[in-house]
Design a protein around this ligand. Sequence first.
Ligand SMILES: [Zn+2]
Length: 510
Amino acid sequence: MKLVNCICSLLMGLGLILSLTACSPELPVKDSKTSLQWFQQGAQSVADRKIQLDSAYANTQKAKNIIFVLGDGMGVSTLTAARIFSGQQHGMLGEEYALSFEQFPYSALVKTYNVDLQTPDSAGTMTALMTGVKTNEGIISLPHTVDRGSCLAAQNQKRLPTLIDLAKAKGKSTAMVTTARVTHATPATTYAHSSDRNWESDDALSEPAKNNGCPDIASQWVDGPRSSLDILLGGGRRHFLPKQQGGKRLDQRNLIADWKRKGHYVATLTELNELAGQHVSEHSDSDKGVNEVPWLGLFASSHMAYSHERPAEQPGLQQMTAAALKRLQTNKNGYALVIESGRIDHAHHEGIAFKALSETQELHETVAWLLTQVDLNETLIVVTADHSHTLTLGGYTTRGNPILGNVVANDRYGRPKDKTSVDNHGKPYTSLSYRDGPGAISMRADGLDEDGHHEDVHAIDYQQIALVPMDYETHGGEDVALYAIGPQSQLLSGTLEQHWVFHALKFALK
Ligand SMILES: [Zn+2]
């Protein structure tokens, strides 16, 4: 360390008022806040926090409504990167930006392991969140004592009641909206019980499962006694249609046709908005909403499109949420709404950070919009993730550097260097990278494209550098963050086991 820096550190350590410019005369003004403003901002945050906590603790009421928002695979590094990504789109340096839910008064760390897996999968984690019981990888709302893939009649007695069942028993309306297939692991936990998450339609059932009459997940939604779920919106038509009609089913059944005898069905944004509008005009001054027939919306054959390339007739996360909320808010007993941004996870599996960050941004904007629509005196909102991913963020990147860009570091005076940093092989590198996946160093063409140019790190399909070569990037095993606001949100702080979250929600629900 240079002597001048040592002296500066020493003086600052002693608490002496010292402007940074005295240490490095040509420090560029990137962030124009003065030291005094940083100090006052911190002090103000404590004052605000005290007011927030006083009012939150004073609120001993229970929650009439619960909104549970899940970013599938939205780990802490994803949140940090998405915060910078969004901030930079607002013309800011980025790091100082705050996602909508980061301003909630309570937050917690959540331990995500499955009963049988250190780094968990979505079926086991969402079962923990929705039923209050930790279970094994691949299991949908059944306990870990059920062997994966086994299909015994006894399983019927082992079905775990869900948050949705609880809400329904209290006379509330309920909904699940997702950008993934509705039969995918996360949404499936809210209405189905299956010893294998892959049994989305009958083509995937094992022989013993077929022989024992084990129902696939799509058929559970259509054939079973009416689900506690009033609204199910997302992708996944292919699991409801026979192979001859472009679907996956081998049993020749068209489950969408069967469904239309039980409830409403919509397949486009226009149809969804018409259905929601019609419902409101029929039920605006009554509480009949709870008795109305259920809705199924399937807007894509498989998962819905990523938000940056979504066709006009596919609703986005906010549009599905808005349509569901219109119906839910007509029930004077309240509602439980589960929202999943399902494709943050898929983008990470592809090793493509841009897509994961733009999906996280959509979740952030959906929550920002929700905050304008609900009364927080009676509505508990929880935002969390089921598990993390291996995205990491580092490289001594200078303040405000484009989050997807190559690293530019600072020189010894704290000024950004005039060229990108290079590694030991003389190659530039991005601040975002993955532990494993398809972007692995050994699987790519040496940082150069076919024409010998450097890769375009800002391209929407750019795969960040990874270490361990794999076809798909894996989940991360570290804790995820949880954010809470509204009645009883104070129950959600500290370091929590994932299944505890359900019990806090159960206690909070009026
Ligand atoms: Zn995943």
